[in-house]
Design a protein around this ligand. Structure first.
Ligand SMILES: Nc1ncnc2[nH]cnc12
Ligand SMILES: [Zn+2]
Length: 328
């Protein structure tokens, strides 16, 4: 049982956290059909490309700042009920733009949800702006420019998600230069759908503090060595990797190998209802499937907080909370 453990996560996509029941309620509100994306209460997709299409369709059901406040607060309340003290949510201004809401109102709604959740539960949250690789280089650069221009105190990081097979990291490096110059923390999806070369490219061209997934680094010992040398944190999402068939089962998943090699890792939920998971379940997976005890799991929560994109006072406070919690 891991319910008693304090939890932290640094890799969850906001629209990817929408419960299917909430997406259905949104669809009713706007008179939209959902049978192509939701069946029997579950999201429907069969491979990574279809998952991205389904994700974008779900995002299009949230259309006002209030819709986004509700989605954000709903997710953070669920996290808090599972003893989570810190969350970083990945959001895409493109989704605000694509439904005609605009990035500013999209962000304002999400911030309202974060404040409401903090008031009710005390959960600490930060926002990572992401470019979506499959929307093209110009959109990813525009997302970075947006993040650099709008230095909201809750917006502390920049990411790139989406179709990893589209282009090479070099094509998108300018976006990360813009975000780095603005003082944002950097993380990038790599080594999920593509192999170790993608992690190697990310390390050399983006120099991120963290990598989203990164698990396929295991395919090249030189890339694993570089991760160790640089201290780059991997935001590992085991349930997502199994659902998307990156690995056939937990026994084949390299989490333990990466850890044993000295790579810094933590566990995350990615897009929980899309992958029939939750942060609470990922902690259970760490215990049940990977055989980790409380101390080993707490060490991963500590890694998440050590690499969180927060000011040092907040980090110190969160780490003290984690360290003072009873573990048994
Ligand atoms: N697992 C994932 N990989 C890449 N892009 C994503 N967007 C949402 N979830 C994602
Ligand atoms: Zn992700």
């Amino acid at each position: 049982m891991t319910q008693h453990l304090l939890k932290a996560e640094i890799h969850c996509h906001l629209e990817g956290a929408a419960p299917p029941s909430l997406a259905e309620a949104q669809a009713r509100k706007y008179g939209m059909e959902t049978s192509h994306i939701i069946q029997d209460g579950s999201y429907r997709w069969s491979d990574f490309s279809e998952f991205l299409v389904c994700y974008d369709a779900v995002a299009s059901l949230f259309r006002t700042a209030e819709d986004y406040a509700l989605l954000t607060e709903t997710y953070l309340a669920e996290l808090s009920a599972a003893n989570t003290i810190y969350s970083e949510i990945i959001i895409s201004p493109d989704h605000g733009d694509r439904i005609g809401l605009g990035a500013d109102a999209y962000l304002a709604g999400i911030c309202d949800g974060i404040e409401a959740a903090r008031e009710k539960t005390g959960i600490e949250t930060r926002i990572i702006i992401t470019g979506e690789r499959h929307f093209g280089v110009d959109r990813v650069v525009a997302a970075a420019e947006y993040a650099a221009r709008n230095r909201h105190p809750l917006m502390t990081g920049f990411n790139m998600a989406g179709e990893e097979r589209m282009g090479r990291v070099a094509d998108y490096a300018r976006a990360f230069d813009i975000a780095r110059d603005a003082g944002l923390g950097l993380t990038i999806h790599a080594g999920e759908v593509c192999g170790a070369f993608s992690v190697g490219d990310a390390l050399e061209l983006v120099k991120p503090a963290r990598i989203g997934h990164g698990v396929r680094a295991i395919e090249d010992p030189a890339v694993v060595e570089r991760l160790v040398e640089l201290g780059t944190v991997l935001e590992v999402c085991p349930g997502s990797n199994i659902a998307l068939n990156v690995y056939p089962d937990f026994a084949s998943h390299p989490l333990k190998q990466l850890k044993a090699a000295g790579v810094r890792v933590c566990i995350n939920s990615d897009d929980p209802p899309f992958f029939h998971t939750s942060l609470a379940r990922e902690y259970e997976i760490a215990a049940q499937e990977f055989g980790m005890g409380d101390a080993e799991i707490n060490a991963m929560s500590r890694t998440a907080l050590e690499s969180a994109f927060v000011d040092e006072d907040t980090r110190t406070r969160l780490l003290a909370r984690l360290d003072s919690a009873p573990t048994a």
